[in-house]
Design a protein around this ligand. Structure first.
Ligand SMILES: [Zn+2]
Length: 369
C-alpha cells in the first residue's frame, strides 16, 4: 500500500463531493481486498487512520480548508465521518469474529462471590516480648546494639574475661565452626553463646558514655527440653559512664521489671558469679502468679529468678581500652545485665514448653493475636 498524493477538490456541490469520496472509497475497497495478508491489518489501519500520516487526516485538512461555504465544509465533514466508519468496519471484520459466547461465559467473573480472606499477621510472642523489653530501656535512653551471630573466640570469650580453659568455652556447650584448628584460638569462629560480644564491639567503636541494649539470637549445645533450646534469644544491657554505681544497676532493673510485669512486682539481688562482672548478682522478682504467697510455679518460695547482672569487670574495660583508651577503669564504671527473652515470654504468657514457641503451630500462635 503506497501513499498516494492528495487529490484535488475543485467543486463543492453534492455531486462533486459524492464523486470525490466515491474515489476514496474505491481506494479503501482496493486496499481492503488485501487485508488477509500477514500484517496487512495494521498497515491498513496506519494508512487510513494513522494519527499523523493517515490518509483520512491528510486529505481532510486541505479539503476542509478549501471549502468555500459552511455548507460545503459540513458536507465534507459528514462524508469523512462515513468513510472513517467504513474503514473501521473493515478493520473489525478483518480482526475476526472475536471470542465465542462459550469462551466469554467461561471467562466471566462473578463479582458477587466473597473474596479470598487474607489473615492479618501478628507479632510472634518472642518478637513481642523482645520489642517490649527493648522499649522499656529505650524509654530510659538506651539505644539498640547489634552484632554477628558467628563470632570469634576473642569477642565471645576472651574479651569477656573467660580465660582459656574456662568451663564455659567447653565444646560441650559451644557450637564451633569446623576446621579452625590452624587459626590462633582467638580468631576461631563459633556461634555466639551470648550477646555479650556486642558489648565489646560497641565499646571498641565509641568512647563512653554507653547505654545500649542488645537483643539477639544465641546458640548453645543444649539438648531440647521443656525450658532449654539450642537456639534462644537474649537481651543484654550495658551502661558505662562516670560514677555508675551498683545502686544505679538496682534502680534500673527494678524499674524495668515493674515496667514488664506490673508496678507491684518486687526485686531482690543475690550474690552470683559471671566472668565479665564483679561483683555479680542474680535478680529475683516476686512471683507474678501468687504475688509472693508461694505457689507451684515459684516452688513455694514466692520468688522467681529471672536475670543476671553485675558491675563491669575492670578486665573487660582493659580489653576495650586497647582500642578506646577512654575506658580506663580508674575513671569510668558501668553495669551489665542479661535476660532470656523466651523465659520472660513464657512467664508473661503462661507457656510451659519452650518448644511451642518454635513449632509454628497456628493453633498455639493464634492465642497471641
Ligand atoms: Zn508463686
Amino acid at each position: 500500500m503506497k501513499n498516494e498524493s492528495i487529490p484535488n477538490l475543485t467543486a463543492f456541490d453534492d455531486a462533486a463531493l459524492d464523486q470525490a469520496f466515491a474515489a476514496l472509497a474505491r481506494q479503501v475497497a482496493e486496499d481492503a481486498a488485501a487485508l488477509d495478508a500477514p500484517n496487512a491489518i495494521e498497515a491498513f489501519r496506519q494508512k487510513w487512520l494513522g494519527r499523523k500520516q493517515g490518509r483520512l487526516n491528510e486529505i481532510s485538512g486541505p479539503w476542509l480548508k478549501s471549502a468555500p461555504t459552511p455548507e460545503a465544509k459540513k458536507g465534507i465533514g459528514q462524508r469523512f465521518n462515513e468513510l472513517k466508519k467504513t474503514v473501521e468496519e473493515l478493520l473489525d471484520q478483518a480482526g475476526g469474529a472475536g471470542p465465542s459466547d462459550a469462551v466469554l461465559a467461561a471467562e466471566a467473573l462473578d463479582i458477587t462471590l466473597p473474596g479470598t480472606r487474607r489473615l492479618t499477621g501478628a507479632e510472634h510472642p518472642i518478637t513481642r516480648t523482645w520489642n517490649e523489653i527493648v522499649s522499656v530501656f529505650a524509654a530510659l535512653g538506651y539505644s539498640v546494639g547489634v552484632g554477628p551471630e558467628v563470632e570469634t573466640d576473642f569477642y565471645n570469650f576472651e574479651s569477656m574475661n573467660f580465660p582459656p580453659g574456662h568451663p564455659a568455652r567447653d565444646t560441650q556447650d559451644t557450637l564451633v565452626i569446623a576446621n579452625q584448628e590452624r587459626r590462633p584460638l582467638r580468631d576461631r569462629l563459633l556461634l555466639r553463646t551470648h550477646t555479650s560480644p556486642v558489648q565489646m564491639r560497641t565499646m571498641e567503636q565509641q568512647p563512653p558514655p554507653v547505654r545500649i541494649v542488645i537483643p539477639g539470637k544465641v546458640h548453645r549445645n543444649d539438648a531440647m527440653d521443656a525450658t532449654h533450646s539450642p537456639i534462644f534469644h537474649q537481651v543484654e544491657g550495658l551502661c558505662v559512664d562516670t560514677n555508675i554505681t551498683f545502686s544505679d544497676l538496682k534502680g534500673t532493673l527494678d524499674h524495668a521489671m515493674k515496667a514488664l510485669f506490673g508496678s507491684s512486682v518486687k526485686t531482690r539481688f543475690f550474690p552470683s558469679f559471671f566472668p565479665f562482672t564483679e561483683p555479680s548478682a542474680d535478680v529475683q522478682i516476686s512471683c507474678i502468679f501468687c504475688g509472693g504467697q508461694g505457689c507451684r510455679k515459684c516452688k513455694q518460695s514466692g520468688w522467681i529468678e529471672l536475670l543476671g547482672c553485675g558491675m563491669v569487670d575492670p578486665a573487660v574495660f582493659a580489653f576495650a581500652a586497647e582500642k578506646q583508651p577512654a575506658y580506663d577503669p580508674k575513671k569510668i564504671s558501668g553495669f551489665a545485665f542479661g535476660m532470656g527473652i523466651e523465659r520472660i515470654a513464657m512467664m508473661k504468657y503462661g507457656i510451659s514448653e519452650i518448644g511451642q514457641l518454635y513449632a509454628g503451630d497456628m493453633r498455639f500462635l493464634n492465642q497471641f493475636v
